[in-house]
Design a binder for this molecule. Structure first.
Ligand code: MSP
Length: 505
């Protein structure tokens, strides 16, 4: 069986989930669902990143111990996966024993390979980013030293273990050249290449200033640098150190690792260097998506404009939210959220184009015999259905390139053509004069609903299933291998109910 391993970043448990977290996981969910429907054995991994100074500080502020704090915030992320209807196969927490075991094994492998040495780190550190910065990266804002991300930095001077990152620059550059799709979108590959070409310093991979982390074996004053700990999660889920279930053999290397643009350096530079040093294959692709702003403004807690995905679901509906996030902005670019934009999408794409098409054709059938009509085909009708089926190739190609909005555009072309077809063919005209023709037109409409419904399952699982229920398509006929299996005439349909209500602002 073909396999597909897709991951999201694991989320820091220093705060509750927001739209950015939901967005990253949603994209991965759509790819995972798509591949399952396409006959792949899928492993879709997400979870929480629970160690490090940032989480320790947040726990202290909240007046609870770090583990209790991590437990409660991690639970919010777990709940979000349910609320957003994510189909993740595993949810990893970096405070779990299985993860500690993998980290220790990974560290040992690096150590045994001669890639780790003890030294002293003195330089800048931004707790908010959990990242080290070089002197030449530091900027001054209002007289304060900041990281390029805007995060405050502090000067750190402490004993530290180092990973010999500086040795891997040429190998990384060669890998990028040989695998031009490793970092996507292309513009991001240039950014990463430039960074590596600028020269890499060895990376500090342990901290001693605090203790909330995985202790280094035989030197427990040190806890592992949270990014080394966190990146290893992608191997923990495969049980890398022992591989009892054969998951590592089956699923590694990952097919796609989705990340936000802010954490690309960790995934496209540090992570492949660690893997190379351990003699492991590198993932096929790291895809960096853009960031959402809110009504044109950067989203931040201090501005108070954080978008809570739970509020969006409550207000607009789950599938409406999923659709909007994937349709509005090409994945990889930055996007702006506004209520007027989501309402426009709901009313025009979902209620008008898709909802009305289903409702008007199925209501006519229901008022008549209430069964899937007979098909007395003409070439033009067959062509319409075939065209709808053919769009699968394009949709699949776009999904393979994380071009989710393009995939939806292609499906919407089918829906728009179908609306034009029903308008032009006007089946109601034939009710008494040529009922056979009316049946054929309505049969074609049902076929379009079937194909579109099947293709929309990864994006809007509940609504797509409701649409497919309206044409009484059995559950075992909803995978992509059935796209060309026509509906059986004479099967009774249920009373159609609107799937996408209009939204009044
Ligand atoms: N813990 C690290 C990841 C470790 S992976 C081995 C981390 N966590 S995070 O919680 O800060 O961020 C997780 C993801 O949310 C990132 O991919 C980030 O890009 C994304 N987003 C955070 N704010 C965002 C927006 N405003 N818009 C879109 N995504 C954003 O980084």
């Amino acid at each position: 069986m073909k396999t597909f391993y897709i991951t999201t970043p694991i989320y820091y448990v220093n705060d509750k989930p927001h739209i950015g977290h939901a967005y990253t996981s949603l994209a991965a969910d759509i790819s995972a669902r798509f591949k399952r429907l396409d006959g792949y054995e899928v492993l879709f991994l997400t979870g929480t990143d629970e160690h490090g100074q940032k989480v320790e500080t947040s726990a202290k502020k909240a007046g609870v111990c770090a583990q209790d704090y991590a437990d409660s915030v991690s639970d919010n992320f777990l709940k979000l996966t349910e609320l957003m209807n994510f189909s993740n196969d595993d949810f990893i927490r970096t405070t779990e024993a299985r993860h500690k075991k993998t980290c220790l094994a990974f560290w040992k492998k690096l150590l045994d390979g001669g890639h780790i040495y003890l030294g002293e780190y003195s330089g800048w550190y931004a707790v908010r980013d959990e990242a080290y910065y070089n002197d030449d990266e530091i900027v001054e804002v209002d007289g304060e030293k900041r990281a390029p991300s805007g995060a405050p930095v502090e000067w750190v001077c402490e004993p530290s273990y180092f990973f010999n990152l500086s040795k891997w620059g040429d190998k990384l550059l060669k890998f990028y050249t040989d695998n031009p799709n490793f970092v996507c979108p292309k513009s991001k590959l240039n950014e990463v290449t430039k960074f590596v070409e600028g020269g890499l310093s060895d990376l500090s991979i342990s901290r001693t200033a605090f203790s909330w982390g995985i202790p280094v074996e035989n030197d427990e004053k040190h806890v592992m640098y949270v990014w080394l700990d966190a990146l290893t999660n992608y191997l923990t889920a495969l049980d890398y150190s022992v591989d009892n279930k054969g998951y590592f053999k089956k699923f590694w290397p990952a097919n796609v690792q989705i990340v936000g643009k802010d954490i690309l350096r960790f995934h496209a530079v540090y992570w492949p260097a660690f893997l190379m040093a351990c003699g492991l294959e590198l993932p096929d692709k790291i895809f960096a998506h853009g960031w959402w702003t809110n009504d044109g403004q950067k989203i931040s807690k201090s501005t108070g404009n954080v978008i809570d995905p739970i509020d969006l679901i409550d207000k607009f509906g789950l599938d409406q939210t999923r659709y909007f996030l994937m349709r509005e902005v090409p994945f990889g670019r930055d996007g702006d959220f506004s209520e007027s934009a989501i309402v426009k999408r709901i009313n025009s794409d979902l209620a008008n184009d898709l909802g009305n098409f289903c409702q008007r054709s199925l209501a006519m059938i229901y008022k008549g015999d209430a069964v899937i009509p007979k098909f007395n085909k003409t070439d033009a009708d067959v062509k319409l259905i075939e065209q709808a089926q053919k769009c699968f190739g394009k949709v699949s190609n776009f999904i393979d390139n994380q071009a989710y909005s393009k995939a939806l555009e292609v499906i919407w072309e089918v829906i728009k053509d179908a609306n034009k077809y029903i308008d032009a063919e006007a089946p109601w005209k034939y009710k008494t004069t040529d009922p056979k023709r009316m049946d054929t037109i309505l049969y074609c409409c049902c076929e379009i609903i079937r194909v579109v419904g099947i293709l929309l399952q990864p994006f809007m699982p509940d609504s797509a299933n409701r649409i497919l229920n309206l044409i009484a398509l059995s559950a075992d006929k909803r995978s992509f291998s059935h796209l060309k299996t026509p509906l059986i005439s004479g099967v009774a349909i249920i009373e159609p109910k609107g799937v996408f209500p209009r939204y009044q602002l």
